[in-house]
Design a protein. Structure first.
Length: 138
């Protein structure tokens, strides 16, 4: 019975997909849908920030560092700050953040200090991505 309740509640949970590449965004959104999440896609930080503030909370944020960011941490730090603000002002717990990046993985050493839960280097196997996303949602 508990598993069935979890199954029903995830069906309406939202996933924020942030990536400036439309094809990758579509792929990540399709995986989220397969896991019965409702994906919302943002192609810019500004768009993602707006979506964070609208509607119910997100179950997960799947993001790239985005090519136009001034540093790999600038967007991630801003995301962490926005999520902490929502936690303080609205009681919305921060969503786990999965970073998908083609950058050298050592660039993201210490990612936990910037609010990131998991880093998956691109290119990646779809099965590995799905498994790691399921783990974040468990």
């Amino acid at each position: 019975m508990q598993r069935d309740l979890h199954h029903r509640t995830r069906r309406h949970a939202r996933a924020l997909v942030v990536n400036d590449d439309s094809a990758i965004s579509l792929l990540l959104a399709l995986v989220a849908e397969e896991l019965e999440l409702v994906p919302l896609v943002a192609h810019t930080h500004k768009e993602a920030s707006r979506l964070l503030l609208e509607g119910p909370p997100f179950a997960v944020v799947i993001t790239a560092s985005l090519a136009h960011a001034s540093t790999p941490w600038s967007w991630l730090d801003a995301l962490q700050t926005r999520q902490e603000t929502l936690a303080t002002t609205r009681g919305i717990p921060p969503a786990p953040v999965m970073l998908v990046s083609a950058h050298n993985p050592t660039m993201f050493d210490g990612y936990e200090d910037h609010g990131v839960t998991d880093v998956i280097p691109a290119p990646f196997e779809l099965g590995e991505f799905t498994t790691r996303l399921q783990r974040l949602l468990a």
